[in-house]
Design a protein around this ligand. Structure first.
Ligand code: C5P
Length: 403
């Protein structure tokens, strides 16, 4: 294994589960790759594997209790400052619950609460515990805090049944560690807000007007930006896809709610990327009761939604504003016009009626327009690859603005 984690500091938190034995292999892989590793174990974890095993396998230090005589009295803070990454593996339902609630009542949970860097959680538990409502809610809370997860996978559990709850294999955990520690961190200093999906504009409690946006483009941008080190806030309309872990998710339905959600964060944001398909109009009247069918035709009165990105452009400061233009004809001219009218730094133009890049597709074919530069026409590529290209341009704009 190449020594590609040289000088990286990894703190492994082991909680009490039989999968603790897998950490022996993980620790060896990390040490071989050049990482410095410290281990912090709960009391129950040390019933499965002894602390000595981890010291013998190359851990710099192993902490098992708040009350070790040889322990530095500020260890819970100094270790937290030391680490580049805190890996919690195996993570039991109990430690996950403590993380979600902010409980610090033993050595591992105390270190976790004192640590504000990136965390990677590898859950391992019985399938019923994994499917328990409380665990699901706690996992959701962790994801919302930007904490990364790896696994669990489906396979033989300690109870010998085949179900979800098995800790990811050490090689998988290692890959996630590598990904976090080696990411191209060129967006590290920046906070990026991405909007995605459709907005939904209701006109009675059961009906609404919306559009076909899948949210895939915005979710891909959010994920790649996060992988490149940005703090990402994803403001999303209702979509059927899973949000990337490690981003702050804000769910909204209407355009008004989207604007409000962005405004609440706007002050702290460096870049706004609006991929959302915001409904241009909303029903003028909202009926509190379901509208009854009648024998005659019906007209619906519509009123304009706020143009979110134009509203933001009025108070932009040094922020970079990126829009998307979705056109089925005269794509380029319309995109360029939109960029100027909405006072954007950049606009990404695409036509969802082209073959292979239809609504909901994993691919896209786009042209990127940057203010003051010639347009770049890109070939068809995955939405993740396109996200990378968009972010490359965003970086250039951020650097240009700084000068
Ligand atoms: O005007 P049009 O909808 O084509 O503009 C597209 C761009 O403007 C997208 O980036 C979209 O997210 C944004 N937009 C907005 N508020 C609206 C409509 C569109 O911010 N009400």
């Amino acid at each position: 294994m190449p020594s590609n984690l040289k000088n990286k500091k990894v703190l492994i938190g082991i909680s009490g589960g039989i999968a603790a034995f897998k950490i022996c292999e993980l620790l060896r892989m990390l040490v071989k790759a050049g990482a410095s590793v410290r281990v912090v174990m709960t009391e129950s974890a040390s019933k499965f594997v002894t602390p000595l095993t981890f010291s013998a396998l190359g851990a710099e230090s192993v902490s098992t209790s708040m009350w070790d005589p040889g322990r530095d009295s500020l260890e819970h803070v100094s270790w937290a400052d030391w680490a580049d990454l805190f890996v919690i593996a195996p993570a039991t339902a109990n430690i996950i619950a403590k993380m979600a609630a902010g409980i610090a009542d033993e050595v591992l949970s105390t270190q976790l609460l004192a640590y504000d860097g990136p965390k990677l959680v590898a859950p391992a538990m019985n399938v019923k515990m994994w499917n328990n409502f409380a665990t699901k809610r706690n996992i959701k809370t962790l994801k919302e805090q930007g904490i990364e997860l790896v696994g669990p996978t489906k396979g033989h559990l300690a109870s010998l049944i085949e179900a979800e709850g098995r800790m990811a294999e050490p090689t998988e955990v290692y890959k996630s560690i590598e990904k976090i520690l080696q990411s191209k961190a060129d967006l590290e200093k920046y906070r990026i807000l991405v909007t995605a999906g459709p907005t939904v504009e209701p006109f009675d409690p059961v009906r609404f007007i919306s559009n076909r946006s899948s949210g895939k483009m915005g979710y891909a941008i959010a994920e790649i930006a996060k992988d490149r080190g940005a703090r990402v806030i994803l403001v999303s309309g209702p979509v059927a896809i899973t949000p990337p872990s490690g981003v702050e998710l804000v769910n909204i339905e209407t355009a008004d709610q989207m604007l409000k959600a962005i405004e609440a964060k706007y002050k702290y944001i460096d870049v706004v990327i609006m991929t959302a398909a915001v409904a241009d109009y909303k029903p003028k009247i909202y009926s509190r009761q379901k509208i009854k069918k009648t024998k005659s035709d019906q007209n619906m009165l519509m009123t304009k939604n706020p143009d979110i990105i134009s509203t933001l452009a009025k108070r932009r400061g040094r922020k970079i504003l990126v829009g998307f233009a979705l056109e089925t004809q005269n794509l380029k001219a319309a995109a360029q016009k939109k960029m100027l009218e909405k006072k954007l730094d950049m606009i990404v133009a695409n036509n969802p009626t082209l073959k292979g890049v239809e609504f909901g597709s994993d691919c896209n074919k786009a042209s990127i327009f940057v203010k003051g530069k010639r347009a770049t026409d890109l070939p068809t590529m995955t939405k993740s690859d396109l996200a990378g290209k968009i972010l490359d341009e965003v970086i250039k704009l951020l650097k240009r603005k700084k000068k």
